[in-house]
Design a protein around this ligand. Structure first.
Ligand code: IYR
Length: 223
């Protein structure tokens, strides 16, 4: 392996098989408690919590370590209302004809509709932006690689950090999303990826009674 740039020692704590089995099991059981929530409390969440969560997301691996993401953290009430209004305009058109019958049927068990009250109610809206390319100080384009994969990974890390902080989130995908870049006045190299309300769940919140696929439906072994 060619190592022309500086490398530093890396120490990783390791465990016995028995300990690994215990740890991986309890991590799974904890991860399995994460649910997408659509009803939020307006109870505030400290800025430092959101910053720590984003710091975790930004540790995700990315193509050529370019970290091709920006996390826009919206707590401003007027801006949240504006995002809600614009999202609902798009969503109403989607639910009223842009989405196929099959798609609407698939969504029925989730109880979604075009009303996106959570954008107003949740104390923070994290808008994950993906950077199609970077711009250097002189405005020259610099390539990014595997941008969707990288930003998808960072978003997964973000959701786990939210869960770990004792908060809930929803991965919302208003479509099309161009309105978000405009409302947030983002530079032209950034594209909206996900809109994620973050906060405490509303009192007595309910979630759809979903079952996750058993392992034999998601694993193929090649021993
Ligand atoms: N973007 C719409 C519709 C929607 C689509 C899928 I796929 C979902 O899993 C959930 C919702 C909305 O946010 O309502």
């Amino acid at each position: 392996m060619k190592k022309e740039y500086p490398f530093v020692p890396y120490t990783k704590e390791t465990y016995s098989d028995e300990e690994m089995i215990k740890r991986s099991r309890s991590f799974y059981e904890w991860a399995d408690k994460r649910r997408s929530v659509r009803e939020f409390s307006s109870k505030p969440v400290p800025r430092e919590v959101i910053e720590n969560i984003v710091a975790t997301a930004s540790t995700a691996p990315s193509g050529a370590h370019k970290q091709p993401w920006t996390f826009c953290l919206v707590s401003n009430k007027e801006l949240k209302s504006k995002l809600r209004k614009l999202a609902e305009e798009e969503e109403r058109t989607s639910y009223d004809g842009r989405m196929s019958e099959e798609w609407l049927k698939d969504l029925e068990p989730l109880g979604t509709d075009w009303v996106k009250e959570f954008i107003d109610v949740a104390p923070w809206i994290v808008v994950v932006m993906k950077k199609a390319y970077d711009l250097d100080e002189e405005g020259n384009r610099k390539n990014n690689y595997y941008v969707s994969e990288s930003v998808g990974l960072a978003s997964g890390f973000l959701l786990m950090a939210i869960h770990h902080a004792g908060l809930v989130a929803l991965t919302h995908t208003p479509s099309p999303m161009n309105f978000i870049a405009k409302a947030l006045e983002r530079p032209e190299n950034e594209r909206p990826f996900l809109l994620i309300p973050v906060g405490f769940p509303a009192d007595e919140v309910t979630v759809p009674d979903l079952k996750r696929k058993p392992l034999d439906e998601v694993i193929e072994y090649y021993d």
